[in-house]
Design a protein around this ligand. Structure first.
Ligand code: SF4
Ligand code: SF4
Length: 391
């Protein structure tokens, strides 16, 4: 049996949440682009599997500007006031599964050596409802182990099922609570209905994609979804980066990079920020502001030296961090294949051209890169390290 929700019922659910004082966020059309925005009316939300928001949902967990404390001199005393943690509740609808998948990945870095309660409170008090995605030419979620109907990071998922209907998959109690009493049960979606879903979504994306997608049956759901073509094997990229820290590919491809930082701002997994005091010498606020490894001043030392003095070095850092350093440290690739970095880049660069070339180089190496051999080498290095540790 499938759980089904009509679009009319979905509007009722959203209206009920808004009238109950919850912040509801959804993709909204603004000019000719879509953004995740807080809405005051269910009619503002756009539920279209082909829509790719121009921003990232991360800003509802990790705002681009956030006060962490206030300070004020009173006579000879410095009075510090804590900033309030997020205490409301928010429900975010229509999140792309690759954006939702970034949230458990970010949990690691915001709950590692320091517990960032600003991020964590928003995570705890937010319900994420994804919308199964229709990939476009920029998407490569399957290359990093994800899929357009992946449940990672989601509390529930909506899957368009014919005109004005959604199949609803519930993953958590939070997701269940949102739709409580509004779902009807129906026999499992038939193959023909599924094909109609693929046809419906394909129609809406005719101008953006499908040339590189393959219609494949998802074995876990027995439902046809359009999977983006797998573009590289991430394990080869990681292995190659380990041995080739400063490969020539960074110089060659980064010539066209403008250093604007847009790719990092729209990336659901990028999380660099700066802490600065804003205000006067006597009173002000200490705030977190988004920063970007693609900015020239990001690593600029007070001495004037910059260890990443050009775009090649900055892009190298980004790729090394996402595909080698973060996986080594936290066990996740710091990329969900959402394609935002290229989709929003004015020179259509993003991470994909780098990793595709690095993977090709790994496979063309002589002797060829063998993942088995690398695993063996890691084992040997690990043993050596342990021997050294023991003295
Ligand atoms: S890759 Fe594109 S978006 Fe990123 S810094 Fe370079 S020009 Fe800007
Ligand atoms: S690096 Fe690019 S494709 Fe990967 S998560 Fe960030 S924006 Fe998406």
């Amino acid at each position: 049996m499938s759980k089904v929700l009509t679009s009319g019922k979905l509007n009722e659910v959203i209206s009920f949440l808004i009238s109950g004082g919850k912040q509801v966020v959804a993709p909204v059309l603004s000019g000719d682009k879509y953004f995740y925005c807080a809405i005051s009316d269910s009619g503002e939300a756009v539920f279209d599997s082909a829509v790719k928001s121009s921003g990232s949902v991360k800003e509802f967990f990790f705002p681009r500007h956030e006060k962490i404390c206030g300070y004020c001199h009173e006579g000879k005393e410095l009075v510090v006031t804590d900033a309030e943690l997020f205490s409301g509740e928010q429900v975010i609808f229509g999140v792309r599964p690759c954006e939702a998948a970034s949230l458990p990945i970010l949990d690691k870095v915001f709950g590692w050596d320091f517990q960032d309660r600003f991020f964590q409170m928003r995570r705890e008090r937010t319900t994420v409802i994804t919308l199964a995605c229709e990939p476009d030419d920029f998407c490569f979620c399957t290359s990093v182990g994800l899929a357009p109907d992946m449940e990672l990071g989601a509390d529930a998922m909506l899957i368009p099922a014919g005109k004005d209907n959604f199949e609803v998959r519930i993953f958590t109690d939070k997701g269940s609570a949102i739709f409580d009493g509004n779902l009807s049960e129906t026999k499992s979606t038939s193959a023909s209905e599924t094909e109609s879903l693929a046809a419906t979504t394909a129609t809406t994306t005719a101008t953006t994609s499908t040339a590189t997608t393959a219609n494949v049956t998802d074995k876990t759901t027995d439902k046809a979804v359009n999977l983006p073509e797998s573009k590289f094997e991430a394990a080869y990229v990681q292995r190659y980066l380990t041995d080739n820290f400063a490969d020539e590919v960074f110089d060659r491809l980064s010539i066209r990079c403008l250093g604007c930082g847009v790719c990092t701002y729209v990336c659901p997994t990028c999380h660099c920020f700066d802490i600065v005091d804003e205000g006067g010498a006597f009173c002000g606020e200490r705030v977190k502001n988004w920063d970007s490894c693609q900015f020239a001043f990001f690593t600029h030392h007070a001495s004037g030296h910059n260890p990443r003095g050009n775009q090649s070095a900055r892009q190298r850092n980004r790729i090394q961090h996402k595909f080698r350093i973060y996986p080594e440290k936290f066990g996740h690739i710091l990329c969900t294949g959402c394609g935002n970095c290229a989709r929003q880049c004015s020179v259509t660069l993003g991470v994909l051209p780098y990793v595709e070339e690095l993977e090709k180089k790994a496979k063309a190496s002589n002797p060829p890169y063998s993942l088995h051999l690398f695993d063996r080498r890691a084992e040997i290095l690990d043993k050596k390290t342990k021997t050294i540790d023991k003295g």
